[in-house]
Design a protein around this ligand. Structure first.
Ligand code: XMP
Length: 319
């Protein structure tokens, strides 16, 4: 894309002007925005950028390895893989309230990020993948109902606390422009087209108490569900799709025996910006086949529900 390449050169220049020879750190989430920001800043300042990928133990199957592998090996970035699963899961033990979960994760995220950032000598800047709509939203909707329903976890307040200046190279861009820029920078198409994934991760797809057993089941079931969606070539039609594990067991039969296992909810929605959403109208064949596959392939699940609630009145996530 001609215009995007020209714009990219301009942004690289302005990043170099802003940061000079200083070091920059970036919290890599695996999402499109922080990934494109990191790739762009890397192009501008190379080795002077260090990324920290915080693994809170609430990621999907193979997610940490995929993200870290792609940035290290494919894009040549320097990435610290912060393995902090025990810390997060330990603090979340016994916690079932959704907002409390978010607060714990948000607080630990900042602590962990700060701990790793402190090891990077001479870091002066913090990179963030803030987009134009984020800039607008924080101005015009601040305190409004749309942002107070759920306290979204982000690194807000972090730069002041750490004495860092901000680099936000995507501040003028919309999502589709960020995707075009990402492609231009060589990020794989599969990565650019990924569904959004929330900061608190699987914690909010596990309503009620989080246990390692539930997370394990959830990871496997979600992988089968997404595999089904990809096989039926529906991934790009859907804004976001995921499995959630419900806080209850139900009775089933398997062979000659009775089972008493977890129930799952499958969710898939179409949306433009996540503010409103429609549930995705899968065919009965698709739903039946997916349910059968999950129950056969994932031990510990004996029932599958499909969530046909739109937003409003539902939210996209279950918590
Ligand atoms: P809801 O559930 O509020 O989700 O309809 C709208 C979009 O926001 C994502 N989401 C979050 N993202 N931290 C995040 O970074 C959060 O706490 C959070 N809660 C929801 C959700 O995945 C969807 O894309």
């Amino acid at each position: 894309d001609w215009t995007m390449s020209a714009y990219r050169d301009e942004m690289v220049k302005s990043i170099r002007e802003q940061v000079g020879d200083a070091k920059v750190i970036c919290a890599l989430s695996g999402g499109v925005d922080s990934s494109v920001a990191a790739a762009l800043i890397h192009e501008a300042i190379g080795e002077n950028l260090t990324c920290v990928f915080v693994d809170h133990g609430l990621l999907r199957l193979n997610e940490a390895e995929e993200v870290v592998g792609m940035f290290r090996d494919h894009m040549n970035l320097s990435v610290i893989h912060a393995q902090e699963q025990e810390l997060f899961l330990g603090e979340l033990e016994g916690v079932s309230d959704p907002e409390t979960k978010r607060k714990i994760i948000g607080r630990l995220f900042i602590d962990v990020f700060q701990k790793y950032a402190d090891q990077i000598e001479g870091a002066e800047f913090l990179a963030q993948g803030t987009l134009y709509p984020d800039v607008i939203e924080s101005v015009s909707f601040s305190g409004g109902p749309s942002v107070t329903i759920k306290s979204h976890h982000n690194v807000g307040g972090l730069p002041e606390k750490m004495g860092l200046k901000l680099v936000e190279p995507l501040r003028e861009l919309f999502k589709d422009e960020v995707r075009a820029l990402g492609r231009d920078l060589g990020l794989p198409a599969s990565f650019i087209g990924r569904h959004p994934f929330p900061g608190p991760g699987l914690a909010i797809r596990c309503p009620g108490e989080i246990t390692r057993e539930k997370l394990e089941i959830l990871r496997k079931a979600d992988a089968v569900y997404i595999d089904q969606i990809r096989k039926h070539d529906l991934y790009d039609e859907i804004w976001q799709a995921f499995a959630a594990i419900l806080p209850m067991r139900t009775v089933g039969v398997m062979g000659d025996g009775r089972t008493y296992d977890y129930a799952l909810a499958l969710r898939a929605v179409t949306s433009v910006d996540g503010m409103t959403a429609d549930y995705y109208p899968f065919s009965h064949e698709f739903l039946g086949e997916t349910s059968t596959r999950i129950i056969n392939e994932v031990k510990g699940v004996n029932r599958v529900f499909y969530d046909c609630t739109s937003k409003p009145p539902g939210t996209i996530e279950l918590e």
